[in-house]
Design a protein around this ligand. Structure first.
Ligand SMILES: CC(C)(COP(=O)(O)OP(=O)(O)OC[C@H]1O[C@@H](n2cnc3c(N)ncnc32)[C@H](O)[C@@H]1OP(=O)(O)O)[C@@H](O)C(=O)NCCC(=O)NCCS
Length: 156
């Protein structure tokens, strides 16, 4: 985040990073598929890292919640990631925080899924957690693939 726009940093915490943890790296079968299509696995993975941003944690001190601080941080971070060329933002959250994220335009999903044609779907689920997902530009949409809400269009 840019320093001149940072809201009350003493009361907030945000860890954002490229998505080394989301979704899972390509599997052996995906590697084979990636090679057969000419898009090598490291290149495929690098493309994902370049296009999907991930917030590991956002937290506001309990004394300062309900004042719009987290909303403002998310707005700023979304703008920054968008300007940096990322196409989607993901964030793992507890089930009880679903409303907070859906009210801010995120889809709250039980499973993180990414469509990587022609290789297929990469998915990740963690018991007790949900994944908030927000497309950051028009090339990315959430579609239903085999009944799973899936981030689609990342490689277009
Ligand atoms: C989730 C969390 C980050 C939200 O932080 P926050 O600063 O309280 O969030 P906001 O103030 O932007 O929004 C919270 C509510 O306050 C309301 N609000 C915002 N500004 C307000 C204001 N000026 N006056 C009154 N209410 C306001 C919002 O409408 C929102 O309600 P809604 O969710 O029903 O829409 C905070 O609860 C937290 O740190 N939780 C623990 C960590 C966590 O679970 N993080 C998420 C996953 S990593």
């Amino acid at each position: 985040m840019r320093g001149d726009r940072s809201p009350t940093p003493s009361t907030t915490l945000l860890f954002a990073e490229p998505p080394t943890a989301s979704p899972s790296p390509p599997s052996t079968s995906a590697r084979a598929a990636g090679c057969s299509t000419g898009r090598s696995p490291p290149r495929l993975w690098r493309t994902l890292v370049e296009r999907v941003s991930n917030i590991d944690t956002i937290a506001v001190h309990p004394d300062h919640r309900g004042q719009g601080i987290a909303t403002r941080i998310l707005d700023l971070v979304e703008d920054d990631f968008r300007q940096a060329g990322y196409r989607a933002l993901t964030l793992r959250h507890e089930h009880g925080k679903k409303h907070f994220f859906t009210a801010r335009g995120y889809s709250s999903l039980p499973r993180l899924a990414v469509d990587l044609p022609p290789t297929g779907l990469f998915t990740r689920a963690e018991p007790g957690w949900k994944f908030a997902v927000k497309p950051l530009d028009d090339t990315v949409t959430l579609t239903s693939q085999r009944g799973v809400t899936t981030i689609t269009g990342l490689l277009d």
